[in-house]
Write a protein that binds this ligand. Structure first.
Ligand SMILES: Cc1cc2nc3c(=O)[nH]c(=O)nc-3n(C[C@H](O)[C@H](O)[C@H](O)COP(=O)(O)OP(=O)(O)OC[C@H]3O[C@@H](n4cnc5c(N)ncnc54)[C@H](O)[C@@H]3O)c2cc1C
Length: 509
């Protein structure tokens, strides 16, 4: 029912481009496009003869700087800061558009033969700079690699090419087969199924359906030398370490995902929600912990702090918890009965229907972290999602909000708990600042440094679903410790010439 409602109500009230990348909000306020690049150094230029080879191998090659600027722009606040100051993020590259796996292989072989970096690009909805070609070279645009391949009804496994956009995919499986994947990121209309996998994303109903890494059955991946491998392909396995999971979340640094097999679920007709208010965020977190650990598994378990409860539900005195579920009626009712008993111990009952309806109606509007604030020229809003143990989350919440608020120029930090598990949960922080226009980058990095210092101190994990890109690169070595050298070794083994998306995940550019 919640999955059905998403398709019925549409993404961002229909205000986006269907089946192709949507430009971010800030694009409309870019006044000048200078020639100096904000995020490129040591650029590798694609020689004209190689452009001709690429033209023969692919559907289209885009070389003019204005189109490259527009065609590499993403939704990251860091890119916004550069581009609205007249410094385009990555003007030096050629965009190569492909629509078949064979073309992807051919482009990788050309890149390999000519020492060229390749950065895969899809919906460009990432909020970390992950698809920016920081060394120039080739941007491999896979948005036209977007066919629906097949559906195995008995096993509930669907096969689809990586560049299909999420809304197109869900509409198709709902209307043709009465199925849902249950993956509902707040960007589902502006991102691709391959981008979901490459970033290890999460949807709003992940508590019931899992994260994207739980939904992939198998996939085909083109490696840096142009060879094609298939990974996964079983419900579970004991054939050594899981190569499928190695590629999921690799953000285009280990291979190009071309075709994916996903596990589907039957589209539920039944769903409902309850809502409670808690005196403190910590009390709400405790209710969430109990719900998860007592075995209820609602599709969505979302707890908003005072600030966000005020903006989202006009309830600034409360920390609002929405427990929403869909599925077979007996299961949904049982899970919500457990949740209701737990919530009633320390919370106050709110108007379930009004809060559920408000959430259903507004959850796919873009730009939510800026809501309630004035977008002046020096305004910057961003979101930081992390995951930690239940034991540590109340302290992490208090300390991260305090750390963000202590950075001069901050307007407000806030958070909601967005995804929950038996052992911990994801806190989704929003940070907003307003400073002189040319101090935005400084404020931005100071706020991220302050928040991440708290996360690292608690041995929590830097990101739950947005990924690393350029944004979190500076914190990766400390976060992974000695494990970071293992990541480096894996990269060196699979991509010894560092062709694929150099400079991301904290790896060398
Ligand atoms: C308003 C908004 C809300 C968002 N909400 C969520 C959310 O709820 N949950 C969530 O998880 N994310 C969310 N995001 C972040 C973003 O939408 C996701 O990271 C998404 O998965 C990116 O997909 P994309 O197709 O846009 O990929 P891109 O941005 O084009 O690329 C992202 C990365 O994946 C790599 N990549 C893309 N396709 C492939 C491929 N086929 N093979 C190999 N590498 C590839 C790129 O090289 C790059 O490193 C949100 C973003 C916005 C702007």
């Amino acid at each position: 029912m919640i999955s059905k409602e998403a398709v019925k109500r549409g993404y961002n009230r229909g205000n986006y481009v269907v089946g192709a990348p949507t430009q971010p909000h800030y694009a409309a306020s870019i006044e000048t496009i200078g020639s100096e690049a904000y995020f490129q150094a040591d650029v590798v230029v694609v020689p004209e003869a190689v452009v001709a080879e690429l033209e023969a191998a692919a559907d289209q090659v885009v070389t003019d700087a204005a189109s490259v600027v527009e065609g590499t722009r993403d939704w990251w606040a860091g890119t916004m800061i550069g581009e609205t100051a007249g410094t385009p993020a990555t003007p030096d590259a050629v965009i190569v558009k492909v629509s078949t796996t064979e073309q992807v292989q051919a482009v990788m072989r050309i890149a390999d033969a000519n020492d060229l970096p390749v950065t895969v690009s899809a919906g460009r909805s990432n909020v970390t700079g992950a698809a920016l070609p920081v060394r120039g070279g080739i941007v491999l645009d896979v948005c036209e690699l977007n066919r629906f391949v097949s559906f195995d009804e008995e096993s509930q496994i669907v096969e689809v090419e990586a560049g299909m956009f999420g809304d197109v995919f869900e509409e198709l499986i709902q209307s043709e087969y009465g199925m849902t994947m249950g993956h509902w990121p707040s960007s589902y209309g502006i991102s691709t199924v391959g981008g979901w996998v490459a970033c290890r994303g999460a949807g709003q109903l992940s508590t019931r359906y899992g994260k994207i890494e739980d939904m992939v059955y198998g996939m085909d991946v083109v490696l840096a030398d142009g060879s094609l491998i298939t990974v996964g392909e079983s419900a579970r396995a004991a054939v050594g370490p899981d190569l499928l999971q190695l590629v999921i979340g690799s953000e285009g640094t280990l291979g190009v995902i071309t075709t994916i097999r996903f596990k589907l679920h039957r589209l539920p007709a039944y769903g409902r929600a309850i809502a409670y208010g808690f005196p403190t965020f910590a009390a709400g977190l405790e209710a969430c912990r109990q719900i998860m650990q007592q075995g209820a598994n609602p599709a969505a378990l979302r707890l908003y702090d005072n600030l966000e409860s005020g903006v989202q539900f006009d309830l600034p005195e409360q920390n609002v918890l929405l427990v929403a579920d869909e599925g077979t009626q007996e299961l949904v009712d049982a899970g919500l009965a457990i949740s209701e008993r737990i919530c009633a111990e320390t919370g106050v009952k709110l108007d379930d229907e009004a809060i559920f309806e408000r959430w259903l109606d507004t959850r796919y509007l873009t730009g939510k972290s800026a809501e309630g604030f004035t977008r002046s020229p020096g305004f910057v809003a961003d979101t930081l999602e992390m995951i930690g143990r239940w034991r540590d989350l109340p302290a992490i919440y208090d300390e991260v909000v305090a750390a963000i608020n202590a950075v001069p120029g901050t307007l407000a930090g806030s958070a909601h708990q967005s995804h929950a598990y038996v052992d911990g949960a994801c806190l989704y922080f929003s940070l907003r600042g307003d400073v002189e226009v040319d101090r935005r980058a400084e404020w931005y990095r100071a706020a991220w440094d302050a928040a991440n210092a708290v996360i690292l101190k608690h041995d929590a994990t830097l990101s739950h679903h947005h990924g690393v890109g350029l944004l979190r690169a500076p914190y990766m070595a400390e976060s992974l410790g000695a494990g970071f050298e293992v990541l480096r070794a894996v990269k060196a083994a699979l991509d010894p010439k560092n062709r694929l998306n150099p400079g991301k995940l904290g790896l060398d550019a």
